[in-house]
Design a protein. Structure first.
Length: 161
């Protein structure tokens, strides 16, 4: 099993999802029992649908419990705070369009580009890793090449746009 790295914010988000799914699991178990009581299980679509959703929720709960149990919080790791790494909030400017962007690099579970959080596995983040404030980086993205000027690298800051 590969190591899982999460920011404290990402860890808390997964804990909230786990709590929500545990409540949903209870509701689905009740729904399975209610639909089972409706009679012939062979032709009871409600029963089969509830059973399938219950199984998917149980699988996700197991995955979250495992991830939370084994996760390493990047906030607690010693990293070079000058370089872009997991957990960094990066302010940069596109050299061509002059658009200013602010993104925080997180795990895949934390990614939400609309909120300024991108996965460290994304092509953009991969091109930024190891860069420092003042660097000019050239990154090949699916949409084409970007040249970005890194203005600022911060840690433990929420992403803002």
């Amino acid at each position: 099993m590969s190591e899982v790295y999460l920011t404290k914010e990402g860890y808390e988000k997964l804990k909230e999802e786990l709590a929500r799914l545990n409540n949903e699991k209870t509701e689905l178990a009740r729904e399975v029992e209610e639909t089972r009581a409706q009679g012939d299980l062979k032709e009871n679509a409600g029963y089969h649908a509830a059973k399938e959703r219950h199984g998917m929720v149980l699988n996700r709960i197991h995955a979250l419990q495992t991830k939370l149990h084994t996760a390493k919080l990047v906030d607690n790791l010693e990293v070079n705070k000058d370089e872009i790494r997991l957990g960094a909030t990066v302010t940069m400017v596109d050299e061509i369009s002059k658009n200013r962007m602010v993104y925080t690099l997180g795990s895949a579970d934390e990614a939400d580009p609309g909120q300024g959080r991108i996965s460290v596995s994304s092509p953009l983040a991969q091109g930024l890793l190891g860069a420092k404030a003042g660097d000019r980086v050239r990154i090949k993205l699916p949409s084409g090449e970007k040249i970005l000027n890194i203005l600022k690298v911060e840690y433990n800051q929420p992403a803002r746009q």
